[in-house]
Design a binder for this molecule. Structure first.
Ligand code: DCS
Length: 481
């Protein structure tokens, strides 16, 4: 009998090649242990509400009313919902034809795309065109649509930072394109050096790869760095010179934990550069409701903005979006609320401000506690989490630990993370899932556990790590940076 079409040997080889470590071996083992009754601390995914973060009140009130519009006719609605939430729910319902149960335009509701454009205008000081903003089911779907539009075959290359968030490596593998890695410099706080970019492009071209796009993740996942404005300017000049479209993954733009380098969007920097670049460099910028102080990952809301993309291509992207009919309508409303939250003077403003700032300030403290905690451990060095939601410490594994991993048939950092999981219940992601330099090992953890739980988590990590290091250390020293 020949294999059937969905037998393992028959399926698309690209599907087998695609890897997504955030829900990989460690996560699966953690889920098993949880079923066996072990307490697991899931720090593998940047999923704030799963770790206890409370949703912001105002957006949930508005979406609750949109989901149950009959409440708007209830004489008691005004007792349960503030007037500005009621007014906003009516506003969003008026933008739909048929409420939340109806497909919308496949680019998203025009009224919400207009709110996004106004947000970008306020943020950057440059106008934005709602026709060039598409709403998506989370930023992920937008990234996939755009990579799909760029990649036609294995000769098409995408410059991706290493370490990177595996949405990029997995999607490029799925689409059968070529990932062209550029390495971030750990000793320079995961800085991005244009010399390394030039090296990487030259090497790829020498192998016949047509390098078409460059991805930046700012602030970085898993690395947590915030790019300086000067750095973004250099990147845009590089893209101009090398004829690359820049994909600016800016999903963590609200998550900034230092004051020296506030977030500046690639769009603003491009516009500041003026002509010819501001009219020439192609840029797609991504955003989401999953991150920031919203953390509404389960709602799956996102958008991308297209700059300097010709109308024919915009139309093709529209066509591709149409194949999936429409993004989630409730998620679109979350996006509208995120880009247009209560303003000073609104009834809900004080509560919105208190809640959002409370989350942000706590994340800032957690970033510090975790970095300091890692740096107090034997053979662990960790850059400060300047932004995003992760800590990415380097674990200097002794040669005997690397040997033991080999014996166990595991990649060394997977070996370490599995031992950590078994000993403490802390579920992390090995650095190899994001890419790292040869012979160097990391793990990624989120900074999202409740602030009051973090000291105990870090104590338990330290106890495990220091014992592990003692167990495997010998006179030959340990792996170097
Ligand atoms: N881009 C980056 C850099 C991300 O980290 C994520 C999610 C996304 C895009 C996609 O998010 P949404 O599709 O939800 O908008 N980060 C994953 C992570 O590393 N942990 O949790 C999710």
């Amino acid at each position: 009998m020949p294999p059937k079409p969905l037998d393992y040997e028959s399926i698309n080889e690209n599907v087998k090649k695609a890897q997504y470590a955030v829900r990989g071996e460690l996560y699966l083992r953690a889920s098993e242990l949880q079923k066996e009754g072990k307490k697991i601390i899931f720090t593998n995914v940047g999923n704030p509400h799963a770790l206890g973060q409370k949703p912001l009140t105002f957006p949930r009130q508005v979406v609750a009313l949109c989901q149950a519009p009959f409440l708007l006719d209830d004489p008691n609605a005004g007792l349960l919902f503030p007037a500005d939430a009621i007014a906003r729910a009516k506003h969003y319902l008026s933008l739909t034809s048929g409420g939340l149960g109806a497909y919308s335009d496949s680019r998203g509701l025009p009224g919400i795309r207009k709110e996004v454009a106004e947000f970008i205008h306020r943020r950057d000081g440059y106008p934005s065109d709602p026709e060039l903003i598409y709403l998506t089911d989370g930023a992920s779907k937008g990234v996939m649509q755009i990579l799909n539009t760029i990649i036609g075959g294995p000769e098409d290359g995408i410059l991706v930072p290493v370490p990177q968030y595996p949405l990029y490596s997995a999607t490029i593998a799925l689409l059968g394109g070529s990932l062209v890695p550029y390495y971030l410099e750990e000793t320079a706080n995961w800085g991005l050096d244009t010399t390394e970019l030039r090296r990487s492009v030259a090497e790829a071209r020498s192998k016949g790869i047509n390098v078409k796009a460059m991805v930046i993740i700012n602030p970085g996942n898993p690395t947590g760095q915030c790019l300086s404005e000067a750095n973004v300017r250099d990147i845009l000049r590089f893209c101009y010179k090398e004829n690359l479209v820049l994909l600016g993954d800016e999903v963590y733009q609200q998550n900034i934990y230092q004051d020296e380098r506030p977030f500046v969007s690639a769009k603003k920097v491009l516009m500041d550069l003026g002509q010819p670049l501001s009219k020439e460099v192609q840029l797609i910028s991504f955003h989401t409701v999953s991150k920031g102080y919203w953390g509404e990952c389960g709602q799956r809301g996102g958008y991308f903005e297209m700059t300097n993309i010709p109308p024919e291509t915009v139309d093709e992207i529209y066509k591709i979006a149409s194949i999936a009919l429409s993004p989630n309508v409730s998620a679109q409303i979350f996006m509208g609320l995120m880009v247009n939250p209560p303003k000073p003077g609104d009834i809900s403003y004080d509560q919105y401000f208190r809640e959002s700032q409370g989350i942000l300030q706590s994340l800032r403290r957690r970033a510090r506690i975790m970095t300091d905690g890692f740096n107090s451990c034997k053979n662990v060095v960790c850059n400060f989490t300047e932004g995003a939601m992760y800590s990415f410490p380097q674990i200097r594994l002794p040669p005997r630990a690397i040997e033991a991993a080999k014996q166990a048939g595991k990649v060394p950092d997977v070996f370490y993370c599995l031992k950590l999981l078994e000993a403490t219940g802390i579920s992390t992601v090995p650095g190899s899932g994001f890419g790292q330099k040869e012979g160097v090992f990391h793990l990624r953890t989120t900074i999202l556990p409740a602030e009051e739980d973090i000291p105990a988590i870090m104590d338990s990590f330290k106890k495990f790590n220091d014992e592990f290091m003692e167990q495997y250390e010998d006179q030959r020293g340990y792996s170097r940076m």
